[in-house]
Design a binder for this molecule. Structure first.
Ligand code: FES
Length: 426
């Protein structure tokens, strides 16, 4: 019996060993499973994260497409705000009260409206003059001093003096490539003259709302304080936003205009002024103003060594397009290099005699205006498509840098130049 007593510790120890081994095996399996589960969990987490990222990206994309439309859409004027004695901000909301497309700061609206006592509606393009607003658009329009040949019916005057809250106009969705990349942090110089401030003001508002630490210099040329648009708003932004600096130039200051109060420099805004105030030319430059202003600054900046890739400009009107988008005056290259350059254009009119004539080479729209043939136009810079006409015979040529998106057999009259003889359906 005593030998049996001696076995107890051995049996006990063996049992303990078995339990320990079993415990370790279970624990090891548990650990392995746990590790495996963790791996699975991590994979699941990653896939969820990727899915959420994708959803967020789609949401951003679809947000920018939300409210988009094609063709014309009816909008009502909801507010008219006099900015100066000859410029008014006009706010539009959609008649259908549905969401509207957002836009990039710097883009423009194409507007179609009927002027009193006129059977055909007029089409014009105006830059959006604010950061994207919730469900409305704003443009700011300055009265053109006199109806010109190009704009015989003054839409700008009507919008300033005749338009009323509640009037309905038609709008195309915002468009245009003169946009500021607000994600970019490269320092930027905005150069504006007169009403050319409108796309710049949209850019400034968008940048300052995001509180981006980006160096922004606005150089703004005006005749005097009477013509100075958004003065108070810009001054307030300059006071409150770090890295935003403003230089105002007045070409004809009024006696009450005080230097260092309303403006900093007398005279015109020029590249020499920029050389004095900027440390170097390592900026992105954005230009908007009358053709002479754009022309002088564009070429001045290039002479100063700024590559064309860092000069961005808004072009409304063929004069601007021709001088800036094409460096050489080869608007009619390939037609006749020597001697007078004339084109023969025949406009076919439905139910009417064709009108034809010879003209010094210009755009089809310019030739039509010379011959008193009425063609629709909007931006006059190849952007909005309003002047699209059917090309029945012959060929046209576009300035370098302009690639119009029109169906085959059609052309954009505002930028297309006839090559020899052409026939157009007016
Ligand atoms: S008028 Fe806009 S494209 Fe010709």
């Amino acid at each position: 019996m005593s030998w049996m007593l001696g076995l107890y510790p051995i049996v006990g120890l063996t049992m303990c060993g078995i339990v320990m081994v079993a415990f370790c095996t279970v624990a090891w399996d548990g650990l392995r499973n746990r590790r495996h589960n963790m791996q699975l969990f991590r994979q699941w987490q990653q896939s969820q994260r990727a899915m959420l990222d994708e959803r967020a990206a789609n949401a951003v994309e679809s947000k920018s497409e939300q409210g988009a439309w094609s063709g014309w859409r009816s909008f009502q004027i909801t507010r008219l705000v006099a900015e100066t004695s000859d410029a008014t901000s006009i706010y539009f909301e959609p008649v259908d009260r549905k969401p509207i497309a957002s836009y990039r700061p710097g883009q423009y609206l194409t507007i179609r409206l009927a002027l009193p006592n006129q059977s055909k509606p007029e089409v014009r393009c105006y830059s959006l003059s604010d950061a994207p607003l919730k469900n409305e658009y704003r443009i700011t329009v300055k009265i053109k001093p006199m109806p010109s040949e190009a704009f015989p019916k003054s839409v700008s005057r009507f919008l300033n003096e005749g338009a009323m809250v509640g009037d309905v106009v038609e709008l195309k969705r915002p468009a245009g490539d003169f946009c500021l990349d607000i994600e970019n942090t490269a320092p930027v110089v905005l150069l504006a003259a007169g009403v050319g401030i409108t796309p710049m003001f949209s850019m400034i508002q968008s940048l300052t709302k995001r509180l981006v630490k980006r160096q922004v210099v606005l150089c703004y040329g005006n005749q005097n304080s009477k013509a100075h648009l958004f003065r108070k708003e810009i001054e307030a932004l300059e006071r409150s936003v770090e890295n935003f600096h403003v230089l105002n130039c007045y070409s004809e200051p009024l006696p009450e205009d005080k230097q260092q109060q309303n403006f900093q420099l007398p005279g015109y805004l020029s590249v020499d002024v920029l050389k004095n105030i900027l440390p170097n030319q390592q900026f992105q430059f954005y230009l908007c103003g009358p053709p002479a202003f754009m022309d002088s600054l564009f070429h001045g900046l290039q002479d100063w060594g700024v590559p064309a890739s860092r000069i961005h400009f808004e072009a409304f009107g063929p004069a601007t397009v021709n001088s800036l988008k094409t460096d050489a005056p080869d608007f009619a290259a390939g037609v006749e290099k020597i001697g007078p350059r004339r084109a023969h254009v025949r406009f076919m009119q439905e139910g009417d005699e064709p009108i034809e004539g010879e003209s010094e080479l210009g755009t089809i729209l310019e030739i039509a205006e010379e011959l008193n043939v009425e063609l629709q136009s909007g931006c006059r810079a190849g952007n909005c498509g309003t002047c699209t006409v059917k090309l029945l015979k012959g060929k046209v040529k576009y300035p370098d840098g302009i690639t119009p998106t029109v169906e085959p057999g059609y052309c954009l009259a505002c930028v297309a130049s006839p090559v020899g003889k052409v026939e157009i359906k007016a």
